[in-house]
Write a protein that binds this ligand. Sequence first.
Ligand SMILES: NC(=O)c1ccc[n+]([C@@H]2O[C@H](COP(=O)([O-])OP(=O)(O)OC[C@H]3O[C@@H](n4cnc5c(N)ncnc54)[C@H](OP(=O)(O)O)[C@@H]3O)[C@@H](O)[C@H]2O)c1
Length: 265
Amino acid sequence: MDLNKKTIWITGASSGIGEALALQYAKLGHNLILSARRQTELNKVADVCNSLGATSFVLPIDLSQLDNPERIVKDALAITGKIDILVNNGGISQRGLAVETNMDVVKRIMEINFFGHVALSNALLPHFIKAGGGQFAVLSSLTGKFGYGLRSTYAASKHALHGYFESLAIENFKNNIHVTMICPGRILTNISINAINGDGSNYGQMDDGQKNGIAADMCANIIIKAIDQKKREILIGKKDKLMVYVKRFCPAMFFKIAIRLDPRK
Ligand SMILES: NC(=O)c1ccc[n+]([C@@H]2O[C@H](COP(=O)([O-])OP(=O)(O)OC[C@H]3O[C@@H](n4cnc5c(N)ncnc54)[C@H](OP(=O)(O)O)[C@@H]3O)[C@@H](O)[C@H]2O)c1
C-alpha cells in the first residue's frame, strides 16, 4: 500500500479552481472523489484525471439540497474506503447591492456557500475522528476577511465559514483534525459569469477583475502546498491581498479605500 497516496474529495470539481485542483492532485497520483451538480462535466474532469494517473470517482451533489449528508458520506466511503482530505470548494458569487437582494437569494447563497459545506463536513467528521485524523480545506475568499461592494451575502457566507471552521479546528485539535482556510482574491474562472444578481437572475459577465486574475492552475498549486503544510490560513492574490492588512492595522483607511473601489474591477 502506498502510504503517500491520499483520497481527496473535492466539491465544485466540475470547473475553475476545483477542476484545477483535481488535475494537479491527479498528476501526483492521488485518489479523487469529484463532486458538483453537473455530472457530464465531472465525467470529463474524471477522464482527464484518470489519464494523468489518478483513480477518480464522480459523486454528483447539490450543496443547496443536502437533505441526507450522512448518506452521501457513506456513498463516498463505500467507493474509496477512506477519505483523507475534504476540499470544501463548491460555491457561487453575488453581484447585487444589499438593498436590491431578495431574501431568497440571500438564503440560496448561504445554502450553497455555508450550510452545504457545514453539512458535508459534519457528516464526515466522525469518520475522521474514528480514522485518527483528517483535513478540511475550505475555500473562503479575501471577501471572507473584509466586506466588499455587490457581495454582501457572499462576504457573509465566507466570513461565516471562518467562525465555523476555526471553532471546529479548536474542538478537534486533540483528534488530529486540521483545517486550512484558503482566501483567494481574483482568480480567472467563471465565478463572475455564474454569479447571481439580487433578483436571482444570472449575472453572466466576465468581470475585468476576474479576467485579470491569477490563473486557476497557479492558484491550485498554491492551495495544494498550503494543504500539504497544514497551514491554518492562506491569502492568495496580487495587490488585493494588501486590503486584509490595511483592514487589520488601519481599519479607518480600509473603509476610505473600499468605498472608492469599483467592485467589478
Ligand atoms: N474565482 C475567484 O476569483 C474566487 C475568489 C475567491 C474565492 N473563490 C471561491 O472558490 C470556489 C470555486 O469557485 P471558482 O472560482 O472555481 O468558480 P466556478 O468556476 O464558478 O466554480 C464553482 C464550482 O462550484 C460548483 N457549484 C456551484 N453551485 C453548486 C451547488 N449548488 N452544488 C454543488 N456544487 C456547486 C460548480 O459546479 P456545478 O455548476 O456543476 O454544480 C463549480 O464546480 C468558490 O467557493 C468561490 O467562492 C473564487
